[in-house]
Design a binder for this molecule. Structure first.
Ligand SMILES: [Zn+2]
Ligand SMILES: [Zn+2]
Length: 171
């Protein structure tokens, strides 16, 4: 039982870590798919929660979920139950963190529990939808600070790459 809980937590932790640092943030800096689909305004719950057949929305969702699946494969031998629970909890959190568009407001007790456990609430995730510099860590709030640093570094890298490309073109 304890092992299953630990494996589920590890899956969500490493899945969120890899998804945030290897897809979400680089996609914000170098890409446009995630911005165009997930950050577009006035979409409905099904759009944000990836319960749609829109191919671009699905692609963004799959790319974001891929790290969780890779971690799941790695953790599978340790606890099948833990991996399955972790994947279900991850999927549940995708839906839950977008319920603000359904006029949900998180009860104070739930917000308090999330604060103690460093879990992203729908309110916090909505902040990221509005301000793309803020509230990284789809599931865990403790990725916020390292995410900001990574975002800054990647923006510098983008600047450097643009500069060197325009330098090459000018030569
Ligand atoms: Zn979202
Ligand atoms: Zn985003």
């Amino acid at each position: 039982m304890l092992e299953a809980i630990a494996i589920a937590w590890f899956l969500l932790f490493f899945g969120d870590f890899l998804s945030t640092f290897c897809y979400h943030i680089p996609e914000h800096v170098f890409g446009s798919l995630h911005l165009r689909t997930h950050h577009s305004w006035k979409k409905d719950f099904r759009h944000y929660a990836i319960l749609t057949f829109n191919l671009q929305v699905l692609l963004d969702g799959i790319l974001g979920a891929l790290p969780y699946l890779l971690v799941a494969v790695f953790l599978w031998p340790f606890s099948h139950v833990g991996v399955i629970c972790g994947l279900f909890l991850g999927q549940f959190h995708v839906w839950w963190r977008h319920v603000l568009v359904l006029d949900w407001r998180t009860p104070k007790l739930v917000s308090f529990l999330c604060q103690i456990l460093f879990i992203t609430t729908p309110e916090r995730h909505w902040l990221h939808h509005q301000k793309t510099n803020l509230a990284y860590g789809d599931i865990f709030t403790f990725f916020e600070q390292p995410a900001k640093t990574w975002l800054r570094w990647l923006r510098l890298l983008r600047l450097y790459l643009r500069h060197s490309v325009s330098g090459v073109q000018a030569d």
